[in-house]
Design a binder for this molecule. Structure first.
Ligand SMILES: [Zn+2]
Ligand SMILES: [Zn+2]
Length: 278
């Protein structure tokens, strides 16, 4: 099995040393693990690696990779926040960090000058928010910076109609293919709350993403996919990966990619599910 999206205490709002994350993965039989802590970003320095820590983060993950190399392949990645006006910052960051895998993420969207966080679920279904979010997504896809996009569908937590999300997303699928960007199957939905605009209530326990109708469309169009738990604690490493891979197979997907030295390595899902990935 594999998990390509995990966090350690370098992300500040996540728990566990890098080694704890690696040990948890080994205990669950995961053979390919990528640490993807939140990259430095001046907009919010309290929830991420500090610029002064970036080199030690990479070094620490590499040293754990060497220590446990007989049991697991450990890769180092970054989840990098995207904003169209900060592309120079992102370019410098990617150039300075020697990582295996770079995921682009949108966690903050500016609406009329106000910063909306994607976890402010009650603010995610207005037309202005959605217009800006999808505009950022488009620019992120064509920027050429990223191997894959972290949880492009996480805004479904805000109660957007599935039909509207798919209608807005489908035009981006060809752009992802042209620009060689993979879609991340993010398995964290069940651990997070969702908002229902009709009742103005938050609930938990329903997986609102990924949307498997959209996944089927993307499979038909030949897109690449990655997968990760988005664990913020060693306890959640691997969470939901097997279940989502099974749903991926039902949606017609037969391969999943991980990245090493920024190059994709494609694995057959049926072999992964049988525990024979390496
Ligand atoms: Zn994220
Ligand atoms: Zn994450």
């Amino acid at each position: 099995m594999l998990d390509l999206h995990t966090h350690s205490q370098y992300s500040k709002h996540a728990k566990g040393e890098v080694e704890d994350v690696v040990k948890s993965a080994i205990a669950q039989g995961i053979k390919i693990l990528c640490l993807t802590d939140h990259a430095p970003y001046f907009v919010d320095s309290e929830n991420r690696i500090l610029e002064s820590e970036l080199a030690s983060y990479v070094k620490e993950v590499r040293s754990m990779a060497a220590k446990y190399s007989e049991k697991i392949k450990v890769l180092v990645g970054l989840e990098i926040d995207y904003h169209p006006q900060h592309e120079d910052y992102i370019a410098n960051l990617i150039q300075s960090a020697e990582v295996d895998y770079v995921i682009g993420a949108i966690h903050y969207v500016y609406v009329n000058g106000i910063k909306i966080n994607v976890w402010d679920v009650e603010h995610l279904s207005t037309k202005e928010f959605l217009d800006n979010y999808f505009s950022y997504l488009h620019k992120m896809i064509i920027s050429g910076f990223f191997d894959s996009i972290a949880h492009p569908d996480t805004i479904m937590r805000g109660g957007i109609e599935e039909r509207e999300f798919c209608d807005r997303f489908v035009p981006l699928v060809q752009e992802m293919k042209i620009h060689d960007v993979a879609y991340e199957i993010n398995c964290s939905s069940l651990t997070k709350s969702n908002y229902d605009p009709a009742t103005k209530c938050k609930t938990k326990g329903k997986a609102v993403y990924p949307n498997y109708d959209l996944v089927t469309t993307m499979v038909e169009q030949g897109l690449s996919f990655t997968i990760g738990s988005d664990a913020h604690s060693p306890l959640n490493v691997g969470f939901g990966v097997r279940e989502n891979l099974e749903l991926c197979v039902k949606a017609g997907m037969d391969t999943i990619a991980y990245y090493e030295a920024r190059r994709p390595v494609v694995l057959p899902i049926n072999q992964l599910l049988k525990g024979k990935c390496l």
